[in-house]
Design a protein around this ligand. Structure first.
Ligand code: GRG
Length: 294
């Protein structure tokens, strides 16, 4: 399989498991489960689960990596549903379809996001009954990444920075936490499941690569927001300008933001090379993320 066939295969497997392993829309209360499944199955690139699968295959073991992949995508999807709400980015379009609160209503979207959080942790609690130590480690990594000092904290400072003068220190905090925390968790959790997953120096390298990759991902996201359109992105373009967001593009201009994306990607790649193992797909994925069109 070449790179793009393998990427499609991983994305397809994640989509299948999202359908087969999670509560069906018909479960009571059906409106809530419909809203959860609406956002989960609307599409999306499945970058975080695929990163976890790629990190797992560096030194693969016998453990099923899909519960980790699903847990990451579920937390990510909740964060998108809440980010799109009128009180936050107030977006109409996500993953090429109306946002959850537009397709349902605001209260249902809030509850759908809320219910996705425990659902993510449930995947991890039930997946590795023979190895509770692994489940505990994974829950710890994900709860830290999604918590008040990382994903939610980054979102808080992002909102507080709206309309303020550009400030590199704030911007770094926002990107390291709002975006890079979940990408770092994807690499670390996938790697943790494999045979070298308890090697702390290798885990440290996975964290370092995840941080750099997350910063690159955000720089590309900011560039696409000004250079692309809603049809291509599947979400509103020009959102950052409309919400007076502080971004690297606003602060440093497009050419420097592009250079930053490249520099961070190079750091991520050289760090993964130090880890060794079966890292070819992950390295190719990191390059493809720099050139993505949505
Ligand atoms: C509400 C706690 C809370 C957090 C929201 C996800 C998020 C944090 C904000 C969305 C806006 C944004 C620019 C976030 C940075 C991360 C990012 C680029 C998310 C979009 O991820 P993709 O491109 O989306 O992987 P798909 O739809 O492909 O999964």
């Amino acid at each position: 399989m070449n790179f793009s066939e393998k990427l499609k295969s991983f994305q397809g497997l994640v989509n299948q498991r999202l359908l087969s392993d999670l509560p069906e829309s018909g479960r009571r209360p059906s409106r809530l489960h419909e809203a959860m499944n609406y956002s989960l199955q609307a599409g999306g690139k499945r970058i975080r689960p695929v990163l976890a699968l790629a990190a797992h295959e560096i030194f693969p073991g016998d453990r099923d990596p899909f519960p980790v992949a699903l847990a990451l995508e579920i937390i990510h999807t909740y964060s998108l549903i809440h980010d799109d709400l009128p009180a936050m980015d107030n977006s109409d379009l996500r993953r090429g379809v109306p946002t959850c609160h537009r397709a349902f209503d605001e209260a249902t979207a809030i509850l759908a996001g809320d219910a996705l959080i425990p659902l993510a942790f449930e995947q991890l609690v039930t997946a590795y009954p023979e190895d509770p130590g692994i489940a505990l480690d994974l829950i710890h990594i994900l709860s830290r990444a999604a918590g008040s000092e990382r994903l939610v904290g980054g979102q808080m400072e992002d909102l507080l920075a709206e309309g303020k003068n550009p400030n590199g220190e704030t911007l770094s905090f926002v990107h390291e936490n709002k975006t890079a925390a979940m990408i770092e968790a994807s690499l670390t959790m996938g790697f943790r499941l494999g045979t070298r997953g308890d090697d702390q120096s290798l885990i440290g390298l996975m964290q370092k690569a995840g941080r750099a990759l997350g910063l690159a991902f955000q720089a590309v996201d900011d560039l696409l927001d000004v250079t692309s359109n809603a049809e291509e992105l599947g979400k509103d373009a020009g959102n950052d300008d409309r919400n007076h967001k502080m971004t690297w593009v606003v602060m440093l201009g497009e050419p420097r933001a592009r250079e930053l994306a490249k520099e961070h990607t190079e750091e991520a790649i050289s760090t993964i090379r130090q880890v060794g193992g079966e890292n070819l797909f992950l390295l190719q994925l990191m390059e493809a993320m720099l050139d993505r069109a949505n």
